[in-house]
Design a protein around this ligand. Structure first.
Ligand SMILES: Nc1ncnc2c1ncn2[C@@H]1O[C@H](COP(=O)(O)OP(=O)(O)OP(=O)(O)O)[C@@H](O)[C@H]1O
Ligand SMILES: [Mg+2]
Length: 257
């Protein structure tokens, strides 16, 4: 049984239909990337999964249990196991890096300061920000902010990491760094990852599988190599529209295909 299952999910905002019939399985331990144009519903999918948005009809199961109809209190338990790295990192500017990472631990009831310190330091180390706990979000680059957001997410030891556009707005070096971190978390923590992106090179780097959302449905799901060879017009358009020009990515594309 898949770890996460979306079945016949429909979702609209007034006249705007986002999902007509969403069916998607996410397997335990895989890194799945969701691609699709702006406004196709990628963020909405992640938000429905963690209960920040409700479904109109259909079901979502997590680890064998139906979760789309859970009361808020029980949903909090799901959110502990499914951590989301939001599109803009969503750090608290009034808190140090240290307290940002400790925040989630305190939320789930950790009180022992030594234990918290150890966990925060270990999490910062994993994202390459060892010893930077005393700094403030406002003094960090956007790449570093994303890494702090990731440290905060992994501190909780989740089963699933959701990344919403983790590389958008970053320069090539930081894009590489974040992609490497996604792969590293996947290997080191044995998490299941869902990565939302419209950046094809990033998708090729981090994914076991890629699924594409288009006009309310999953129109494609396959390996990175399958994406390159897909005849689906929406997939072709998307991949070609995002065709990378640089040498690095062309090598990646060739190795994927
Ligand atoms: N809370 C909301 N209220 C009303 N409409 C919403 C809400 N959230 C999303 N939408 C609409 O749902 C559609 C899908 O939005 P979503 O944010 O999931 O797109 P996306 O695929 O993540 O796009 P992007 O690549 O730009 O982030 C859009 O038309 C958006 O305007
Ligand atoms: Mg989005």
């Amino acid at each position: 049984m898949a770890l996460i299952e979306f079945r016949n999910v429909q979702k609209a905002f007034g006249e705007k239909v986002v999902y007509r019939d969403l069916n998607l399985d996410v397997n335990r331990g895989e890194a799945l990337t969701i691609i699709g144009g702006s406004g196709q519903g990628k963020s909405v999918m992640l938000k429905m999964l963690i209960g920040l948005l409700s479904v109109d009809s259909g079901t979502i199961h997590f680890d064998g249990r139906r979760i789309d109809d859970l009361p808020e209190k029980e949903m909090a338990n799901v959110r502990r196991r499914v951590q989301m790295l939001f599109q803009g990192a969503a750090l608290f500017d009034s808190m140090s890096v240290y307290d940002n990472v400790a925040y989630g631990l305190r939320e789930i009831g950790w009180k022992d300061r030594v234990r918290i310190r150890k966990k925060v330091e270990e999490s910062l180390e994993m994202v390459g920000l060892s010893g930077r706990g005393g700094e403030w979000p406002s003094s960090l680059s956007s790449g570093m902010k994303k890494r702090v957001g990731l440290a905060r997410a992994i501190a909780i030891e989740p089963d699933v990491l959701l990344y919403d556009e983790p590389t958008t707005g970053l320069d090539p070096n930081n894009i590489s760094r974040i992609c490497d971190l996604i792969v590293y978390m996947q290997e080191q923590l044995s998490v299941t990852s869902i990565v939302v992106t419209h950046d094809m090179p990033s998708a090729f780097r981090v994914s076991d599988r890629i699924a594409m959302i288009h006009e309310g449905y999953i129109v494609f799901s396959g390996t990175p190599a399958d994406v390159v060879h897909s005849d689906d017009p929406a997939v072709k358009d998307f991949v070609e529209g995002n065709a990378p020009e640089d040498e690095d990515t062309n090598t990646l594309l060739r190795s994927a295909g």
